[in-house]
Design a protein around this ligand. Structure first.
Ligand code: NAD
Length: 481
């Protein structure tokens, strides 16, 4: 019996108006286990109508009451923790242990963080030396669109919805069609938490079918998008001429710079994690590893050994480190890069192939974690986002060379640098062109900090007050003395 996911519109669970469905696949087995609405423009219009009806109530609700509801949603996520973690692992192929450690706790944390942040969010005032006083007011935008990808489904879905709701907006939200399950459960949680009907509307379906209305309708005031640079470009082309506010979190091709003086064991252990966590399907994964020459051979060999030791298998098994990649299409895309890399002169040091497991997992989409050496910085393998368990490695001599290599792609999301020398850390942090730099760590996240990329990785910043500023419109009031 397939699970039937529905759209959540105006507090009701609805099929798509066209009664069309799309299959939802468990990638660990290549098995259809659910269906989701294959929505189109009409469904989005229904959602916008529901949001329009709810908007006044939500905007005028006391901030503390909005905050209470968000806290209740966080409690709801926590009370369904096991179910959500299992659903995320099944939908996405990720290890259940990762969903329990990262995805679901972070979804609850997102809700709590913005439930709290909205209570602290303050306006500004500027005194004009006895001539007058300026103060700012911040108003909700009205109805906003939130679109998220499949790699961290509930984590990123809530990362957008929480600040949008906290700031007093009604939301039309779309999870990825590849991983709709936890967004569906979140609809139930919001319903039970007392979120007024129509404040959050969840539309399932293909981006190219529902996206145009979600990003161009005159009632939509802002679009917060996370996904590929290609889709971000399509959204910008649609929404920018309509003067809608845009926040775009897009692809990455992040460098790890390993200086010879680094804390070797820590750098090695974290590099394994930053390369292959979530099967390399985190926008912040380091996919280009540059190692200073004195330690290059040793680091390379140790990295290969540790990579070979990663257990690939049933995502629900406690010892599994590498689960399935998200879909057959995505698996084939990743596999195609092994041919590209080889044709570009690269040597696959380990991995580089599909892994066929036994029994019920024999048709699942598994790829062995892969390290490639010997490629030039300008080749496709080093320039294009692969978004899988694949890294390239190369040596460098000077710190200036490391910066030049780090900055050699069109992306600029994040970088990790490893050194014990504060001057080298500062030099790299200042000169690498990225929105986020980690020094001697990776993926350590403080939700108050600005999050986002430069160049083709992003426009705008999420997180903390940046997100609340994005989801509000500021007005300056000047009072003459
Ligand atoms: P994608 O761009 O294919 O899809 C993302 C979302 O956009 C999905 O919900 C999809 O249905 C929707 N979409 C597709 N076409 C659309 C259109 N024309 N209009 C509106 N919406 C549309 O990305 P993906 O494959 O789901 O996710 C992987 C990508 O996401 C990678 O490039 C990764 O780097 C990026 N990502 C970035 C961040 C970040 O914070 N910068 C975080 C996670 C993932």
């Amino acid at each position: 019996m397939l699970i039937s996911i529905k759209n959540y519109i105006g507090g009701e669970w609805l099929d798509s108006t066209s009664k069309k469905y799309l299959d939802v696949v468990d990638p660990s087995r290549n098995k259809i286990y659910a269906t989701a609405p294959d929505s189109d423009e009409e469904d989005v219009i229904l959602a916008i109508e529901a949001a329009s009806k709810a908007s006044d109530l939500w905007q005028k609700m006391e901030v503390s009451k909005r905050s209470d509801i968000l806290f209740k949603i966080a409690e709801g996520i926590e009370s369904r923790f096991e179910e959500l973690a299992a659903a995320e692992s099944k939908d996405n192929g990720k290890p259940l242990s990762l969903a329990k450690k990262v995805d679901i706790p972070r979804a609850a944390a997102n809700m709590k963080f913005f439930a709290n942040a909205i209570l602290q969010f303050n306006n500004e005032s500027y005194d004009m030396d006895g001539q007058g006083l300026n103060y700012t007011l911040r108003h909700p935008l009205g109805i906003v669109t939130c679109i998220s990808p499949w790699n961290l489904p509930l984590y990123l879905f809530t990362w957008k919805i929480a600040p949008a709701l906290a700031a007093g907006n009604c939301v039309i939200a779309k999870p990825s069609e590849v991983t709709p399950m936890t967004a569906h459960i979140l609809g139930e949680i919001c319903h039970e938490a007392g979120l007024p009907y129509g404040v959050l509307n969840i539309i399932h379906g293909y981006g190219h079918k529902v996206g145009p209305t979600m990003t161009s309708n005159e009632n939509i005031k802002a679009i917060s998008f996370t996904g590929s640079t290609l889709t971000g470009e399509i959204i910008a082309r649609t929404a920018a001429p309509l003067f809608k506010k845009l926040s775009l979190e897009m692809g990455g091709k992040n460098p790890n710079i390993i200086m010879a003086d680094c804390d070797y064991d820590k750098a090695l252990a974290t590099t394994i994690h930053s390369s292959f966590a979530n099967q390399g399907q985190i926008c912040l994964c380091g996919s280009r590893i540059y190692i200073q020459r004195p330690i290059y051979e040793q680091f390379k060999n140790d990295l290969i050994d540790k990579t070979k030791a990663l257990t690939i298998g049933d995502p629900t098994a406690s010892n599994t480190k590498i689960g399935a990649v998200v879909s057959e299409t995505h698996m084939n895309k990743i596999l195609s890069y092994f041919e590209i890399a080889t044709s570009e002169g690269g040597t696959i040091l380990t991995g580089g192939k599909r892994v066929i497991l036994d029994g019920e997992f024999k048709d699942g989409f598994y790829i062995s974690p892969t390290i490639i050496e010997g490629l030039s910085e300008g080749c496709r393998t080093n320039q294009e986002e692969i978004f899988g368990p694949v890294v390239t490695i190369a040596p460098f001599d000077t710190i200036e060379e490391a910066v030049s290599l780090a900055n050699s792609t069109k992306y600029g999301l994040s970088a990790s640098v490893w050194t014990q020398d504060i001057n080298q850390a500062n030099y790299l942090s200042r000169n690498i062109n990225a929105g986020i730099i980690w020094v001697n760590t990776w993926l350590k996240r403080d939700l108050r900090t600005p999050f986002g990329g430069v160049k083709n990785s992003g426009v705008g910043r999420e997180g903390g007050y940046d997100a609340l500023k994005f989801f509000t419109e500021v007005k300056n009031v000047c009072i003459g003395y």
